[in-house]
Write a protein that binds this ligand. Structure first.
Ligand SMILES: C[S@@+](CC[C@H](N)C(=O)[O-])C[C@H]1O[C@@H](n2cnc3c(N)ncnc32)[C@H](O)[C@@H]1O
Length: 338
């Protein structure tokens, strides 16, 4: 038993060592975390590389889909709804992200529902990379018409199976198995909001992913993203601590060089006509299994961006004092947040 534990720890140390080496080698002479920038820890060179290839035309040859990443989640599809399982932090993240979407949509005027329990009545939401539907379900319970999209068959099956247990979700929540790029090229409708929570750090081309999200959005629609920044701190927090030391998520869940520098992402969004209306850091306390909003975006962060093709929304947005600390406190019914 002890021998087995020692062997496991050794093999984990070897993987961690490989992971550090890979991060170093990928960035050769200029690893981003050697050149720490005071605000976002992201080198200018890195931002340029990210946006250089990103002209105003759609890059069909680039794809956001990464088969290996999607398989990783498919393999754990039996665990999506295990409250103490590998997705525990995603369940508790609903405390922040459900109010983020709800209040963001109220602030843009996307919903005019007077029903306090179902404030998102009439709003259409595409939940990209929905996995087992941990976020799709509470959004549908708030009245939205939600389409959960995921490239993994097994995850979609798990999501469908779970939502079938709640009669209130029928007719409001549907799931589709498809990768985002393909889905966005065969759209039969556009959505008031596109949500991609904890997905960006698992895709190949961020540019292609954002373009596909944008293609799914109505003019003036809202894009909500949560992801992980690429900083020295995120390497320590999201990989070394979360995977190797505290075992919050399985080893190998994340790859540091897939993490997304916040400033580069905002620039990318801006170039596509998506104006960032809110950015906020998120902090997880594993012992309490609780997330809270923080100012620091150097590890986990959330963004709300609006497609500003329609200038009338700009006016509405400026008119609303929209800050996460107050309206985003999770005062929704408990059932909506879990
Ligand atoms: C970390 S999980 C997040 C699940 C869910 N958003 C949540 O937070 O509960 C990432 C999910 O994104 C899916 N995914 C990754 N790339 C995708 C793509 N290009 N198109 C559709 N789904 C994708 C994976 O299959 C996986 O289920």
């Amino acid at each position: 038993m002890i021998c087995k534990k020692i062997m496991n720890s050794c093999s984990d140390l070897i993987s961690l060592h490989r992971c550090c080496l890979k991060s170093l080698l990928c960035h050769q002479s200029t690893p981003a975390w050697w050149h720490v920038m005071p605000q976002n820890y992201c080198t200018v060179r890195e931002i340029n590389i990210k946006t250089e290839t990103y002209q105003n035309t759609r890059h069909k040859q680039q794809s956001s889909f990464n088969d290996e990443e999607v398989r990783k989640f498919g393999a754990l599809s039996d665990h999506w709804w295990a409250r103490d399982g590998p997705y525990k932090p995603l369940h508790s993240l609903n405390r922040l992200r459900v109010p983020l979407v709800r209040d963001g949509l109220i602030s843009t005027g996307a919903t005019v529902s007077k029903d306090g329990r179902q404030p998102l009545e009439g709003v259409t939401i595409l939940d990209v990379g929905c996995g087992g539907g941990i976020l799709s379900e509470p959004l549908a319970r708030l009245g939205a018409s939600v389409t959960g999209l995921d490239a993994s068959h097994k995850s979609i099956e798990a999501a469908q199976q779970h939502s079938s247990l709640d009669a209130d979700l029928q007719g409001r929540l549907q799931y589709k198995c498809c990768d985002l790029d393909t889905f966005s090229q065969r759209l039969d409708q556009q959505y008031d909001a596109v949500v991609a929570s904890e997905v960006l750090e698992h895709v190949d081309s961020i540019e292609a992913f954002i373009e596909s999200c944008n293609a799914c959005l109505k003019p003036s629609g809202s894009l909500f993203l949560t992801t992980i920044n690429r900083t020295p701190l995120s390497f320590l927090g999201a990989i070394v601590a979360a995977e190797y030391l505290l075992r919050i998520v399985p080893v190998g869940t994340h790859t540091w060089d897939k993490f997304v520098p916040i400033e580069a992402l905002k620039k990318l969004l801006e170039e596509r006509g998506l104006q960032t209306r809110l950015q906020h850091g998120m902090l997880y306390a594993p012992v309490l299994d609780r997330w809270c909003w923080v100012a620091d975006t150097s590890v986990n962060y959330a963004l709300h961006a609006v497609n500003i093709a329609d200038t009338s929304v700009n006016y509405a947005l400026h008119a609303v004092n929209y800050a996460p600390e107050s309206p985003m406190s999770p005062e929704s019914p408990t059932s909506s947040l879990s």
